[in-house]
Write a protein that binds this ligand. Sequence first.
Ligand SMILES: Nc1nc2c(ncn2[C@@H]2O[C@H](COP(=O)(O)OP(=O)(O)O)[C@@H](O)[C@H]2O)c(=O)[nH]1
Ligand SMILES: [Mg+2]
Length: 468
Amino acid sequence: MLLDNDTIAAISTPPGRGGIGIVRLSGPDARAIASSLVRLRTPLAAGRMRFAEVLDEQGIVLDQAVVSFFASPRSATGEDVAEIAAHGSPVLLAHLLQASIAHGARLAEPGEFTQRAYLHGRLDLTQAEAVRDLIDAQTLHQARVAAAQLGGSLARTLAPIKQDLVHLIAELEAGVDFAEDDLDLLPQATIAARVTALQASIATLADTYRYGRLLREGFTVALIGQPNAGKSSLFNRLLGHERAIVTAQPGTTRDSIAEPFSLAGIPVRLVDTAGLRDAETSAADEAEREGIRRSHTTMAEADLVLHVLDATSLTLDPVHPVLTPALLLHEDAATLASLAERPHLVVLNKCDLLASLPLAADFRVPVILASAHTGHGLQVLQREAETMLAGNPPSGDTAVVTSLRQHQALAEASASLTRAAEGVSRALPHEFLLLDLYAALSALDALTGATSAEAVLSRIFSTFCIGK
Ligand SMILES: Nc1nc2c(ncn2[C@@H]2O[C@H](COP(=O)(O)OP(=O)(O)O)[C@@H](O)[C@H]2O)c(=O)[nH]1
Ligand SMILES: [Mg+2]
């Protein structure tokens, strides 16, 4: 990638009117261009903010602004950066941008400030992706994970793995290049063990993608069950407002309704459905039949199904409650059977109407005892749903793989290591193993955008005193 040597400019605040609007410049002429757009009382200085008056072409004052200047390399992009924070008027900001261009700046491409930060080594690729994730975050938890990655969590997790790989390569290289010397060749078993250890570390990191992807893209959680089981009531209760219509009349909900919802910081599309009453035999009209058909589609597409049952419709033995097909209505038994292989939770709603509350642990299939009216069991429901969806979320500063690109790089590294392991077991010459190990290294390099060729060389020459 070539480093552009020009100065770029853009309006960095969102379009529209606002209290403050910022025009940002990055490049060798950032300071000069910014200074020519405004009247400053004292010249711009690195790391300082200056009060300034924004001028039009005739030198008439348009606005008052604050101009910050950051000198290369200690700036966001690694270049000279100037930011003019004026009032957030679209015409004023457009004027500042046009004037910047008239003074020699070029309109920045989307993401170009971050790209320059990467090209100047201020960010690695995973951090650049984290900038995008942070801006796109819809929940605070998403923002936290993006911020950890922006802070270099992924690169930090990767560093020791890469170091081990570089070390192995260096030792094999030394053995290959200087085979005639009395450097011991690594025993096959040692090589095999080290390749396996590398693979395990990479697999652990790659596995976080399940969580990372869902964290980025979110899930669909569908409420399914008989009409009047209380799906819409649970839907409203979970959302915290009366979104869906609730009546005592079965078949009230005709269409599927989806609402965004945050489940422990994970973005979720919560879908309320018409329910699954048997359209052929029941009093369902045409609209409800269509609603039922859509419920089936929603159920098939959901990442998690909440199967809602009306607890009062079951004949529960209070001492040993079981949930057997015999106790369920025909449709519920069929739904439960069809959900067997899919992530789902059985929610026994309307528990407030039961004479005595059975213990969830006494049921033969896992159930959650809940009440949309009192809110009973809803915390358990949310916790269980979260576990079903995300597994156990990685804690603290643990790196989370959040993009397909990152995951593919790890998969590539892993595949190369598998080939290397096969090579070891077939006692192939080290030249062949090295090809696969280098491929693994370059996949890991692609992940952060670093290159390790030099690291390998310096490792070889520093660890082994060849003396020639
Ligand atoms: N006592 C009690 N009634 C409930 C509960 N949840 C729902 N209901 C009532 O059951 C009826 C049907 O509820 P609704 O949410 O429309 O069910 P849906 O058809 O599954 O969407 C309404 O009269 C609700 O007030 C609950 O937890 N306890
Ligand atoms: Mg409903």
